[in-house]
Ligand binder design. Structure first.
Ligand code: 13P
Length: 254
Protein backbone atom coordinates (compact mmCIF):
# COMPACT_ATOMS: atom_id res chain seq x y z
CA UNK A 1 0.00 0.00 0.00
CA UNK A 2 1.33 3.43 -0.96
CA UNK A 3 -0.07 6.62 0.57
CA UNK A 4 -0.69 9.04 -2.30
CA UNK A 5 1.31 12.25 -2.15
CA UNK A 6 -0.06 15.48 -3.65
CA UNK A 7 2.34 18.42 -3.86
CA UNK A 8 1.64 21.95 -5.04
CA UNK A 9 4.59 23.37 -6.97
CA UNK A 10 4.02 27.10 -6.79
CA UNK A 11 6.93 27.86 -9.14
CA UNK A 12 7.73 31.60 -9.28
CA UNK A 13 4.50 32.81 -7.69
CA UNK A 14 3.28 34.44 -4.49
CA UNK A 15 4.60 36.96 -2.02
CA UNK A 16 5.10 35.97 1.61
CA UNK A 17 1.66 37.35 2.51
CA UNK A 18 -0.01 35.52 -0.36
CA UNK A 19 1.81 32.29 0.53
CA UNK A 20 0.69 32.52 4.15
CA UNK A 21 -2.91 33.20 3.16
CA UNK A 22 -2.95 30.11 0.97
CA UNK A 23 -1.33 27.72 3.46
CA UNK A 24 -3.52 28.96 6.28
CA UNK A 25 -6.54 27.96 4.24
CA UNK A 26 -4.98 24.60 3.34
CA UNK A 27 -4.10 23.96 6.98
CA UNK A 28 -7.64 24.75 8.08
CA UNK A 29 -9.38 22.76 5.37
CA UNK A 30 -7.12 19.74 4.98
CA UNK A 31 -6.62 18.99 8.66
CA UNK A 32 -9.21 16.22 8.66
CA UNK A 33 -8.24 14.62 5.34
CA UNK A 34 -6.86 11.14 5.88
CA UNK A 35 -5.04 8.71 3.64
CA UNK A 36 -3.15 11.24 1.56
CA UNK A 37 0.11 13.09 2.16
CA UNK A 38 0.19 16.75 1.12
CA UNK A 39 3.00 19.21 0.43
CA UNK A 40 3.54 22.71 -0.91
CA UNK A 41 6.65 24.07 -2.59
CA UNK A 42 6.82 27.86 -2.17
CA UNK A 43 9.52 30.18 -3.50
CA UNK A 44 12.59 30.32 -1.28
CA UNK A 45 11.74 33.75 0.11
CA UNK A 46 8.48 32.38 1.56
CA UNK A 47 9.64 28.92 2.54
CA UNK A 48 10.57 29.55 6.15
CA UNK A 49 7.41 31.53 6.88
CA UNK A 50 5.29 28.81 5.25
CA UNK A 51 7.01 26.04 7.22
CA UNK A 52 6.42 27.97 10.46
CA UNK A 53 2.74 28.48 9.62
CA UNK A 54 2.39 24.77 8.85
CA UNK A 55 3.86 23.66 12.17
CA UNK A 56 1.43 21.30 13.88
CA UNK A 57 -0.10 20.24 10.57
CA UNK A 58 0.72 17.23 8.41
CA UNK A 59 1.32 19.39 5.32
CA UNK A 60 4.97 19.23 4.25
CA UNK A 61 7.00 22.20 3.08
CA UNK A 62 9.11 21.44 0.01
CA UNK A 63 11.93 23.20 -1.82
CA UNK A 64 11.59 23.58 -5.60
CA UNK A 65 15.29 23.01 -6.26
CA UNK A 66 18.63 23.04 -4.49
CA UNK A 67 22.33 23.04 -5.18
CA UNK A 68 24.32 19.81 -4.81
CA UNK A 69 27.01 21.32 -2.58
CA UNK A 70 26.29 22.10 1.04
CA UNK A 71 28.09 25.43 1.55
CA UNK A 72 30.73 27.59 -0.12
CA UNK A 73 31.26 29.99 -3.01
CA UNK A 74 28.09 29.29 -5.02
CA UNK A 75 26.51 32.72 -5.42
CA UNK A 76 22.74 32.61 -5.71
CA UNK A 77 22.34 28.99 -4.70
CA UNK A 78 20.53 27.28 -1.80
CA UNK A 79 21.66 23.94 -0.36
CA UNK A 80 19.66 21.00 0.95
CA UNK A 81 20.87 21.40 4.57
CA UNK A 82 19.84 25.07 4.48
CA UNK A 83 16.42 24.12 3.14
CA UNK A 84 16.12 21.65 6.03
CA UNK A 85 17.17 24.43 8.41
CA UNK A 86 14.38 26.62 6.98
CA UNK A 87 11.79 23.90 7.59
CA UNK A 88 11.62 21.93 4.35
CA UNK A 89 11.24 18.15 4.49
CA UNK A 90 11.18 17.46 0.72
CA UNK A 91 12.94 18.96 -2.29
CA UNK A 92 11.92 18.74 -5.95
CA UNK A 93 14.89 18.02 -8.23
CA UNK A 94 15.09 17.80 -12.02
CA UNK A 95 11.90 19.68 -12.79
CA UNK A 96 11.65 20.10 -16.56
CA UNK A 97 11.86 23.89 -16.21
CA UNK A 98 15.23 23.41 -14.48
CA UNK A 99 16.33 21.01 -17.21
CA UNK A 100 15.12 23.29 -20.04
CA UNK A 101 16.11 26.74 -18.79
CA UNK A 102 18.85 26.23 -16.20
CA UNK A 103 20.96 23.45 -17.65
CA UNK A 104 20.18 20.74 -15.12
CA UNK A 105 21.37 17.54 -16.79
CA UNK A 106 20.40 14.13 -15.45
CA UNK A 107 23.88 13.87 -13.94
CA UNK A 108 23.33 17.13 -12.03
CA UNK A 109 19.86 15.95 -11.00
CA UNK A 110 21.47 12.83 -9.53
CA UNK A 111 23.95 14.93 -7.57
CA UNK A 112 21.12 17.06 -6.24
CA UNK A 113 19.03 14.02 -5.30
CA UNK A 114 21.98 12.55 -3.39
CA UNK A 115 22.51 15.89 -1.60
CA UNK A 116 18.83 16.01 -0.63
CA UNK A 117 18.87 12.49 0.82
CA UNK A 118 22.20 13.15 2.58
CA UNK A 119 20.55 16.11 4.30
CA UNK A 120 17.85 13.77 5.62
CA UNK A 121 15.17 15.16 3.31
CA UNK A 122 12.95 13.42 0.78
CA UNK A 123 13.66 13.86 -2.94
CA UNK A 124 10.98 14.29 -5.60
CA UNK A 125 12.85 13.38 -8.79
CA UNK A 126 11.12 14.64 -11.93
CA UNK A 127 11.28 12.92 -15.30
CA UNK A 128 9.37 13.44 -18.55
CA UNK A 129 9.70 13.67 -22.30
CA UNK A 130 9.37 16.59 -24.70
CA UNK A 131 6.61 16.50 -27.31
CA UNK A 132 9.16 15.83 -30.08
CA UNK A 133 10.52 12.89 -28.11
CA UNK A 134 7.03 11.43 -27.65
CA UNK A 135 6.27 11.92 -31.34
CA UNK A 136 9.52 10.14 -32.19
CA UNK A 137 8.51 7.15 -30.02
CA UNK A 138 11.31 7.87 -27.56
CA UNK A 139 9.26 8.50 -24.38
CA UNK A 140 10.33 5.40 -22.47
CA UNK A 141 13.98 5.67 -23.52
CA UNK A 142 14.12 9.31 -22.38
CA UNK A 143 12.52 8.45 -19.05
CA UNK A 144 14.95 5.54 -18.58
CA UNK A 145 17.94 7.84 -19.10
CA UNK A 146 16.54 10.42 -16.68
CA UNK A 147 15.90 7.74 -14.05
CA UNK A 148 19.39 6.30 -14.46
CA UNK A 149 20.98 9.72 -13.97
CA UNK A 150 18.60 10.98 -11.32
CA UNK A 151 18.93 7.89 -9.13
CA UNK A 152 22.63 7.21 -9.76
CA UNK A 153 24.46 6.19 -6.61
CA UNK A 154 21.28 6.05 -4.53
CA UNK A 155 20.44 3.06 -2.37
CA UNK A 156 16.71 3.20 -3.00
CA UNK A 157 16.04 0.10 -0.90
CA UNK A 158 17.18 2.03 2.16
CA UNK A 159 15.43 5.23 1.14
CA UNK A 160 12.23 4.10 -0.62
CA UNK A 161 9.95 6.20 1.58
CA UNK A 162 12.10 9.28 0.88
CA UNK A 163 12.18 8.94 -2.89
CA UNK A 164 9.28 10.01 -5.07
CA UNK A 165 9.39 9.96 -8.86
CA UNK A 166 7.27 12.62 -10.60
CA UNK A 167 6.39 11.80 -14.19
CA UNK A 168 5.71 15.11 -15.91
CA UNK A 169 5.41 14.96 -19.70
CA UNK A 170 6.77 18.35 -20.75
CA UNK A 171 4.04 18.82 -23.38
CA UNK A 172 1.42 18.62 -20.62
CA UNK A 173 2.97 21.22 -18.30
CA UNK A 174 1.09 24.50 -18.21
CA UNK A 175 -0.53 23.72 -21.56
CA UNK A 176 -3.92 22.50 -20.41
CA UNK A 177 -3.14 19.36 -22.42
CA UNK A 178 -3.14 16.53 -19.86
CA UNK A 179 -1.89 13.06 -20.60
CA UNK A 180 -4.84 10.69 -20.65
CA UNK A 181 -5.00 8.37 -17.64
CA UNK A 182 -4.01 5.51 -19.95
CA UNK A 183 -1.03 7.42 -21.40
CA UNK A 184 0.17 8.31 -17.93
CA UNK A 185 -0.40 4.82 -16.53
CA UNK A 186 1.64 3.29 -19.35
CA UNK A 187 4.67 5.37 -18.40
CA UNK A 188 4.11 4.93 -14.66
CA UNK A 189 3.98 1.14 -15.06
CA UNK A 190 7.19 1.34 -17.07
CA UNK A 191 8.87 3.42 -14.34
CA UNK A 192 7.75 0.89 -11.71
CA UNK A 193 9.26 -1.93 -13.76
CA UNK A 194 12.47 0.06 -14.23
CA UNK A 195 12.66 0.51 -10.44
CA UNK A 196 12.02 -3.22 -9.88
CA UNK A 197 14.82 -4.16 -12.30
CA UNK A 198 17.26 -1.59 -10.94
CA UNK A 199 16.46 -2.22 -7.27
CA UNK A 200 13.98 -4.89 -6.14
CA UNK A 201 10.25 -5.42 -6.72
CA UNK A 202 9.66 -4.63 -3.02
CA UNK A 203 11.48 -1.31 -3.36
CA UNK A 204 9.61 -0.52 -6.58
CA UNK A 205 6.31 -1.21 -4.83
CA UNK A 206 7.21 1.20 -2.02
CA UNK A 207 8.30 4.16 -4.17
CA UNK A 208 5.53 6.59 -5.02
CA UNK A 209 5.19 7.85 -8.58
CA UNK A 210 3.34 11.16 -8.98
CA UNK A 211 1.84 12.45 -12.20
CA UNK A 212 2.24 16.11 -13.14
CA UNK A 213 1.07 18.19 -16.08
CA UNK A 214 -2.18 20.19 -16.15
CA UNK A 215 -3.71 18.30 -13.21
CA UNK A 216 -7.04 19.93 -12.33
CA UNK A 217 -10.02 19.08 -10.14
CA UNK A 218 -11.79 17.79 -13.27
CA UNK A 219 -9.14 15.22 -14.24
CA UNK A 220 -7.43 14.44 -10.92
CA UNK A 221 -9.60 11.54 -9.87
CA UNK A 222 -9.36 9.71 -13.20
CA UNK A 223 -5.58 10.08 -13.26
CA UNK A 224 -5.01 9.07 -9.65
CA UNK A 225 -7.34 6.07 -9.91
CA UNK A 226 -4.76 4.43 -12.16
CA UNK A 227 -2.90 1.62 -10.45
CA UNK A 228 0.59 3.14 -10.59
CA UNK A 229 -0.30 6.82 -10.15
CA UNK A 230 0.34 7.67 -6.50
CA UNK A 231 -0.58 11.32 -6.31
CA UNK A 232 0.18 14.46 -8.26
CA UNK A 233 2.65 17.29 -8.67
CA UNK A 234 0.38 20.24 -9.36
CA UNK A 235 1.43 23.57 -10.85
CA UNK A 236 -1.20 26.14 -11.83
CA UNK A 237 -4.10 24.53 -9.98
CA UNK A 238 -2.14 24.56 -6.70
CA UNK A 239 -2.22 28.36 -6.60
CA UNK A 240 -5.94 28.40 -5.71
CA UNK A 241 -6.95 26.81 -2.41
CA UNK A 242 -10.26 25.41 -3.67
CA UNK A 243 -8.71 23.72 -6.70
CA UNK A 244 -5.81 22.25 -4.77
CA UNK A 245 -8.07 20.99 -1.98
CA UNK A 246 -10.34 19.31 -4.55
CA UNK A 247 -7.30 17.58 -6.08
CA UNK A 248 -6.09 16.40 -2.66
CA UNK A 249 -9.54 14.99 -1.90
CA UNK A 250 -9.58 13.18 -5.24
CA UNK A 251 -6.49 11.27 -4.12
CA UNK A 252 -8.11 9.77 -1.08
CA UNK A 253 -8.36 6.00 -1.32
CA UNK A 254 -12.01 5.21 -1.91
P1 13P B 1 0.86 22.60 -14.36
O1 13P B 1 0.02 21.85 -13.37
O2 13P B 1 0.69 24.08 -14.30
O3 13P B 1 0.74 22.02 -15.74
O4 13P B 1 2.40 22.35 -13.92
C1 13P B 1 2.83 21.07 -13.67
C2 13P B 1 4.17 21.12 -13.06
O5 13P B 1 5.14 21.48 -13.69
C3 13P B 1 4.28 20.77 -11.63
O6 13P B 1 5.61 20.63 -11.25
Amino acid sequence: MRTPFVVGNWKLNKTIAESLALVTELKNQLGAVKGVAVGVAPVFTSLHSVAKRLEGSAIATCGQNCHFETTGAWTGEVSAPLLADAGATWVIVGHSERRQFFGDTSEIVGKKARAVLAAGLGAIVCVGELLAERDAGRTLAVVDDQLAGGLAGIDAAAAASKIVIAYEPVWAIGTGRTATPAQAQEVHAHIRKWLADRFTPTTADAIRIQYGGSVKPSNAEALMSEKDIDGALVGGASLEAADFIAIVKAARPS
